[in-house]
Design a protein around this ligand. Structure first.
Ligand SMILES: C[S@@+](CC[C@H](N)C(=O)[O-])C[C@H]1O[C@@H](n2cnc3c(N)ncnc32)[C@H](O)[C@@H]1O
Length: 302
């Protein structure tokens, strides 16, 4: 409608100067996340699942340069098997920029989780509703989507948010501002700077596949979570697996692409290894599979 306005440049479309793949989907800035979200999400899922090489030479851009992490709470490393904050750990959380977080719920809970990993959001919502306690810790919080929708057993839960990424912490703390919330910036591969045995529950939804190392190595994250729950407390979560579970061709291609870009680190993550780690760090556990997602609930000894 403004096309005839001489004051406007001829081509008013936004330009993106970094290497990228352009995909056309119907809609406007507004409808893209509402009535036109379905084709947009399918385009993202198709892009992730496209065969290697189908995107041309400019598919990815380099990760941003390593920034200061001086306020990450560092503790003397007692048992972490990896260097404290290596580049792979940083890559696993660096994608959570402010713009991405505004689209995250849509992309993950209406896009990748149901369409690629075959784990509908209802599975995650039910896991939270049946597991969160009055004093809850969430590790790897993203946007806080599940906490926002969770049914807590008390009207005034106390919630500790733990994440390596400042944007995720700020976004989630703001979203949950109706509750009493503390934030802790920390790497789950290190012991958590939180009082031991202080929480009723710990949630780790879609976290482990972002963390580098085999499950035998990054299983230490489960030990760190177990250390902060009270005796008999629960640690629960989900993770996208690549072995011992049904993985569709599209999901396999998407995983390969995400692993290559450093956003995922799950190419060696099997159901058997997850089960072994739950056995190792907890008194008892339940482990189920939805699509290629391992869903676990594990309890420390009472
Ligand atoms: C895929 S999102 C999951 C978000 C949310 N739990 C959900 O289920 O939607 C992963 C989150 O884990 C965080 N993260 C990744 N690696 C981490 C690490 N080593 N320590 C702590 N947080 C990490 C990321 O910053 C991001 O917020």
């Amino acid at each position: 409608m403004f096309d005839d306005d001489p004051r406007l440049p001829k081509d008013r479309r936004a330009h993106w100067h970094l290497p990228h793949t352009a995909v056309d989907t119907p809609g406007t800035h507004f409808s893209l996340i509402r009535e036109h979200s379905e084709p947009a999400l399918r385009a993202v899922a198709d892009w992730l699942a496209a065969p290697a090489g189908a995107h041309g030479p400019h598919r990815t851009s380099s990760p941003p340069p390593l920034k200061e992490h001086d306020d990450v709470r560092r503790r003397p490393r007692r048992q972490a098997p990896r260097p404290v904050l290596d580049q792979q750990v940083i890559d696993g959380q660096s994608g959570y920029s402010k713009p991405f977080l505004t689209l995250y719920d849509l992309v993950v809970y209406r896009g990748t989780a149901p369409l690629l990993w075959r784990c509908p959001p209802a599975v995650s919502r039910k896991l939270y509703d049946s597991s969160v306690g009055a004093r809850h810790m969430d590790i790897g919080v993203g946007t806080g989507y599940l906490l926002h929708h969770a049914k807590f057993p008390v009207p005034d839960p106390r919630i500790t948010l733990v994440d390596l990424n400042r944007n995720s912490l700020a976004h989630t703390a703001h979203r949950l501002r109706r509750h009493q919330v503390d934030t802790v910036r920390a790497n789950i591969l290190e012991p958590l700077p939180v009082a031991p045995r202080s929480h009723d529950s710990v949630g780790m939804s879609y976290l482990l596949h972002c963390v580098p190392g085999s499950l035998r190595e990054k299983g230490i994250a489960l030990a760190h979570a177990a250390a902060v729950v009270k005796p008999g407390g629960i640690v629960f979560g989900t993770t996208v697996l690549s072995g011992g579970v049904p993985v569709s061709g599209r999901a396999r291609r998407a995983m390969r692409s995400l692993n290559k870009r450093g956003a995922f680190h799950n190419d060696a993550d099997s159901l058997d290894d997850l089960r072994a780690q739950l056995d190792l760090h907890f008194d008892r556990h339940e482990l189920t599979v939805h699509g290629c997602v391992g869903v676990f609930r594990a309890w420390t000894a009472a």
